[in-house]
Design a protein around this ligand. Structure first.
Ligand code: SAH
Ligand code: F3S
Length: 481
């Protein structure tokens, strides 16, 4: 699954779910990161108990909810355009109610109601359990807002409905919020302080998914390696925990191990890792368990020490290289991917070259690359001028995207004429005669269907490739099947 969902891909993120006896219709769509898609499943689950079934037709909806992203200005503009579309539908169906969820709701709060007259309901990421009350208020003719951020809400007790699911891969959220305070990032403001979910509820969800036929999970958090369960509460309050709580605390590597052992055939992925928080015990746990996929998404943002410091990324270029070296020593074939920002305030041509040379050193398998977008309220916005011209940002982005494509091709080619294990997820977009799945290293693999089916683990001999896809032929079921 892609971590960042293209903000412009309309329609692909519609979700559908039925519960008998429900008569009200919910249209819910999600933008932004995987966490939003996971949260929408929690919201649909909460509302299924309030009489709502989801619909894929906007025109039929009694309630429209949009789970929003604030990470870049463009993401917010996409949502604003979407609200215009809802407005057009509301003119035909005036009873339809419209709610905004997620990061934009949290950032703009009740200002949303003034700025966008169409909006009836504004709900932040920690307040979804209040939706039944808020909807009742809206139905009484009042606008409703709840953007309270919580110290302990993790939705651990809500069993998400699996929406628009392929029945094979699922998202499992394990932490919420982020304490890292990268100076460019709005997430700590919109999703609050970091807290972890009870491992028992995570394992229960993993077991339940396996029983229902799912074969792969992705453990989700803004900063998964920072997972720490000591009985509940904010991560930053761990210092105040009792000796017993400290002695029995569960770290991310402990959690990975628990998941891997609970379902030894379930593929386990996780996202996102931050270089300063990824510890080697995690990499060693990955190496010990065959079912933990050999792929680490390890955003770096810049290759220049000066810019990393200004971003409040708590690692240097040399420390990052050391980490990459350690990962490759422990897991030689581990795929590594990146997020990178170009055009951060004061970024010089030399800083940009440093990012390019860092990429050249690592040769990432793939990456998500962005031009810097100033976000209101962040430290970078308050302290620094957004001084890199748009044209320079675009030029630098084009350069790193081109370099990444070269590296992706190099990495994908490494698998040519080898056999990779593939979990079949869906029909290939290009041909109804082919299956599409992913290897443990997260490379998309397509091959003729034969008698295999979705959810099978298959060994595929790779014979051709593009920069992002291996093409081959199945040679049989894998041991895992
Ligand atoms: N830890 C999170 C990061 C969320 S933001 C996670 O789970 O992935 C995803 C990526 O968006 C970041 O890694 C960064 O590369 C990019 N990003 C964040 N804020 C940005 C901004 N203000 N401008 C441009 N890109 C940004
Ligand atoms: Fe954002 Fe940095 Fe956290 S990118 S989500 S503040 S790790």
């Amino acid at each position: 699954m892609e971590k960042i969902i293209d903000e412009n891909k309309q329609g692909e993120n519609l979700i559908i779910q039925e519960k008998k006896g429900n008569t009200r219709k919910l249209f819910i769509e999600s933008y932004g990161c995987a966490m939003n898609f996971s949260d929408s499943e929690i919201v649909a689950s909460i509302l299924a108990n309030e009489g709502f079934n989801t619909t894929k037709n906007l025109e039929d909806a009694d309630l429209v909810l949009v789970n929003t992203c604030s990470i870049r200005d463009k993401a917010e503009q996409t949502i604003r355009k979407r609200l215009e579309k809802y407005n057009a539908v509301k003119r035909i169906n005036p009873k339809m109610k419209v709610g905004v969820l997620g990061c934009m709701a949290e950032r703009l709060k009740s200002k949303f109601l003034e700025e966008e007259k169409i909006v009836d309901l504004v709900v932040g990421p920690d307040a979804y359990k209040d939706l039944p009350n808020l909807i009742a208020e809206v139905e009484d003719g009042r606008n409703a807002v709840n953007v309270v951020l919580s110290k302990d809400e993790t939705y651990g007790d809500v069993s998400p409905v699996r929406l628009n699911s392929n029945g094979v891969t699922a998202l499992v959220s394990i932490t919420r919020g982020c304490d890292n305070m990268c100076t460019f990032c709005v997430v700590p403001f919109t999703r609050g302080r970091e807290r972890s979910r009870d491992p028992q509820s995570i394992i229960k969800e993993v077991n339940d998914l396996w029983d229902r036929g799912f074969k792969e999970i992705t453990l989700l958090g803004q900063n998964v390696d920072s997972f720490l369960w000591y009985g509940g509460g904010l991560k930053k309050d761990f210092v105040k925990a009792s000796d017993i709580q400290k002695a029995t605390a569960v770290s991310f590597s402990n959690l990975l191990e628990l998941c891997a052992q609970a379902q030894p055939k379930m593929r386990i992925r996780f996202s996102t890792s931050n270089p300063q928080d990824l510890t080697l015990d995690v990499v060693e746990t990955m190496a010990t368990h065959a079912n933990i996929c050999n792929h680490i998404h390890l955003p770096v943002q810049s290759g220049s020490d000066r810019i990393l410091k200004a971003m409040n990324r708590l690692h240097t270029r040399a420390e990052y290289f050391k980490l990459i070296g350690d990962i490759r020593r422990i897991i030689p074939n581990c795929a590594i991917s990146q997020d990178m920002i170009v055009g951060f305030p004061t970024e010089s041509e030399q800083d940009h070259q440093d990012s390019m040379s860092l990429m050249e050193h690592v040769k990432y398998n793939f990456g998500y690359m962005f031009t810097y977008s100033e976000r209101p309220g962040t430290m970078a916005e308050r302290k620094l001028d957004d001084d890199i011209p748009e044209a320079t940002k675009k030029q630098r982005l084009a350069e790193i995207v081109e370099l990444q494509q070269k590296h992706s091709l190099f990495r994908t080619q490494e698998h040519l004429n080898t056999v990779v294990e593939v979990l079949i997820e869906k029909e290939s977009k290009k041909s109804d005669q082919q299956w599409s799945g992913r290897s443990a290293q997260n490379i998309v693999v397509v091959f003729p269907k034969e008698n295999y089916k979705i959810g099978d683990f298959v060994n595929v001999k790779a014979t051709q490739c593009t920069s992002a896809t291996l093409i081959g032929e199945a040679i049989g079921y894998s041991e895992n099947n």
